[in-house]
Design a protein around this ligand. Structure first.
Ligand code: ASP
Ligand code: MG
Length: 424
């Protein structure tokens, strides 16, 4: 008997018919002798609908008081899901009980709309499991120290599931989604994209932070920190497929790099259209200038991603960096109104029509020439690289947004990602 956590995304919970299917699948696992904790998302579209209602009354809620209410509103989506799933399981003849985050409780900090889980008390859940019940816990939400309902940010149910699995030391956390696992890249852009049987935790972390939408990045961080065995798989396989087959499907996130890992140099290609580029031209090249430019941006709570400083020329230098597109206007404004006058910058330029394309692979650690192959491939397609950043296991470039699909396709081909890699 194993303790298994299942997480079902919004699409899997999208209608009562689908919820019935989830119940049949969960019942199959229970009848195979496992203890099950299930963490569902809100029904697809529901969180957007709820936040849409909120926006009609408060178009730009910025105060903590308003954000508190946004969380109170958005959290209801998952509350409906857990109740419906419990009913569907009871209809299958199983003992099932649902809990909202505060009932568990899942304790978080008070950062409304992006709260972090601090502690999970599993006493109640364990007692239910011991009594033979299936326990269903809302994804996405928790409760802060003052008793306020909080949410974990969009896509946060992944993190709820992994956190519950970590707290309960579950044998495995299965994330059921509307894709069949983690692919080499988005198959909507490259039809030859291939599902990876396994991916290392570090690669998954890079893929998630570089734009792959399969898992919320915090859930991957959590899985890494507590070494939660994690698998991403499809909820659209027939619910009655053999349990062994199901348990081996999808993509396993591994922690043992050398064990059973596919030994590709590059494992996947991620892309992200959510960033914008800003350049501050002609600032004096002197100690403290980076801080003078980026300090105010950080103080305004704006995240900076890539940064480039040019070599100086006649004592002046240029500075480029990227921010999230949502922060673009605000950043540009801040730089033009405050930073440029204070630093004597010649000009502030911006370009929101960029994208970041990245190749990711732990094989890059031990292979030379991977980045240069990326650059050659892009040059053969006539694609200009505007910025580059690297880490041990990834190389990212910023290019014109209009070449994104071309770049991803060309790189997928160049690194032969459509070919299955033999296990080492
Ligand atoms: N329902 C929430 C959202 O749509 C959380 C989740 O689905 O993971 O973002
Ligand atoms: Mg999701």
């Amino acid at each position: 008997m194993a303790l298994i956590v299942h997480k079902y995304g919004g699409t899997s919970m999208g209608s009562t018919e689908r919820i019935r299917n989830v119940a049949l699948r969960v019942a199959k696992w229970v009848r195979a002798g496992h203890q099950l904790v299930v963490v569902p998302s809100a029904m697809s579209g529901e969180t957007n609908r709820l936040l849409g209602l909120a926006r009609e009354l408060a178009p730009t809620p910025t105060s903590a008081a308003a954000e508190r209410e946004l969380d109170a509103i958005a959290a209801t989506g998952e509350q409906v899901s857990v109740g419906l799933l419990a009913l569907a399981l009871q209809a299958q003849g199983l003992d099932a009980v649902s809990y909202a985050g505060w009932q568990v409780p899942i304790a978080t900090d008070s950062a409304f709309t992006k709260a972090r889980i601090e502690r999970i008390d599993d006493t109640r859940v364990r007692a239910d499991l011991a009594a033979g019940k299936v326990v269903i816990i809302t994804g996405f939400q928790g409760i802060d120290g003052q008793g306020n309902v909080t949410t974990l940010g969009r896509g946060g149910s992944d993190t709820s599931a992994v956190a519950v699995a970590a707290a309960m030391k579950a044998d495995e956390c299965l994330i059921y989604t509307d894709v069949d696992g983690v692919d080499t890249t988005d198959p909507r852009i490259v039809p030859e994209a291939r599902r990876l049987a396994s991916i290392s935790f570090e690669e998954m972390l890079e893929m998630a932070s570089l734009g792959s939408k399969v898992l919320q990045i915090r859930s991957v961080e959590f899985a890494g920190k507590y070494r939660v065995p994690l698998r991403v798989l499809s909820s659209f396989t027939p619910w009655d497929i053999a349990i062994d087959e199901e348990a081996r499907s999808g993509t396993l996130i591994t922690f043992e790099e050398d064990e059973k890992m596919e030994q590709a140099v590059v494992s996947g290609i991620a892309f992200n259209r959510d960033e914008a580029k800003i350049t501050v031209m002609g600032v004096p090249d002197r100690p403290g200038i980076a801080y003078q430019i980026l300090g105010p941006v950080a103080d305004a709570n704006i995240d900076i991603d890539m940064i480039i400083q040019n070599v100086s020329h006649d004592g002046k230098t240029d500075f480029s960096f990227t921010v999230h597109r949502n922060d673009y206007a605000k950043t540009l404004d801040l730089l033009k109104s405050k930073v440029a006058p204070a630093t004597n910058a010649a000009q502030v330029l911006g370009d929101p029509k960029i994208c970041k394309v990245s190749i990711v692979g732990i094989g890059m650690r031990s292979h030379v020439g991977v980045a240069s192959k990326m650059f050659r491939t892009l040059s053969e397609e006539g694609i200009n690289i505007q910025m580059i950043s690297t880490s041990e296991i990834k190389t990212s470039v910023v290019i014109d947004e209009k070449y994104m699909e071309l770049a991803v396709r060309a790189l997928h081909k160049a690194f032969e990602l459509e070919q299955p890699v033999p296990a080492a």
